[in-house]
Design a protein around this ligand. Structure first.
Ligand SMILES: [Fe+2]
Ligand SMILES: [Fe+2]
Length: 244
């Protein structure tokens, strides 16, 4: 049984206090709010408009991959710093979160491979919004309460799970090439599992550490200020410029 299966079983088997479930639902509601903002955004509508050329859609995805390559190594390294600052008796929590983040470490490479298949390799200079993502994660890592990590990571996983799942019908409808979209397709299933894994840990931690949700909410909110919309807006700007 891997760490995601055991988390799912535990979440189903354990009865968390009602208050903990409400706290989790409030965090989850913040993520759903972010996805509503995305659905209302011109760039999301552009991607899903049947009149948008396939070339433009693929250029946007390629530029989102480039963004991932710019920030993801830094958020990974910052996360390990946050995990290292967790309460030192939390051995199993550290092991589980470190195992999850270690698996995530190579996902920037998936983005890089897919970007190369779409004809791009240049990662010379980070964009402003992706630089800001790295900065926010390191600021959280150095200065926030370490349990706050779970809030930022939940936004990361749950939002990616929703956005990639909602992109699968577009891939089929526009007959987009699956070999260039491994990052998107695999995240639709992987991040649903990761979001469930984090849900279990959030429920567990807010139950055992009353008040820890305040730092989780703060870290989620810091992160949503810089991701994903500011990053994706830049990606659409670069993409539309490149196909003009
Ligand atoms: Fe990932
Ligand atoms: Fe993930």
């Amino acid at each position: 049984m891997n760490i995601y299966e055991s988390a799912r079983r535990s979440a189903a088997e354990l009865a968390y206090p009602k208050q903990s479930i409400q706290i989790f639902e409030s965090l989850n509601g913040r993520v759903l709010d972010v996805f509503q903002e995305i659905e209302a955004w011109d760039g999301w509508r552009l991607m899903h408009d049947p009149a948008t050329p396939r070339e433009t859609i693929l250029a946007v995805i390629r530029e989102i991959y480039r963004s991932v390559c710019w920030y993801q190594p830094h958020t990974t390294e910052a996360a390990f710093h946050m995990i290292g600052r967790l309460p030192k008796a939390e051995v199993r929590l550290m092991q589980a979160l470190a195992a999850h983040k270690a698996e995530e470490a190579e996902h920037g490479l998936w983005a890089r491979e897919d970007m190369a298949k779409l004809g791009e390799n240049d990662l010379a200079v980070s964009s402003p919004a992706t630089f800001a993502v790295s900065a926010v994660w390191w600021r959280i890592a150095f200065h926030e309460e370490p349990l706050g990590y779970l809030g930022a990571e939940y936004l990361y996983e749950q939002l990616t799970a929703i956005a990639t799942r909602e992109t699968l019908p577009l891939i089929e409808a526009r007959d987009l090439p699956e070999s260039e979209l491994r990052f998107v397709i695999e995240h639709a299933t992987e991040d649903a599992k990761h979001a469930t894994f984090l849900k279990h840990h959030i429920l567990d931690i807010v139950t055992r550490y009353p008040g820890s949700e305040i730092a989780m909410q703060r870290c989620l909110d810091y992160f949503r200020c810089v991701w994903p919309l500011p990053v994706w807006k830049e990606a659409v700007d670069r993409a539309t410029e490149s196909v003009r």
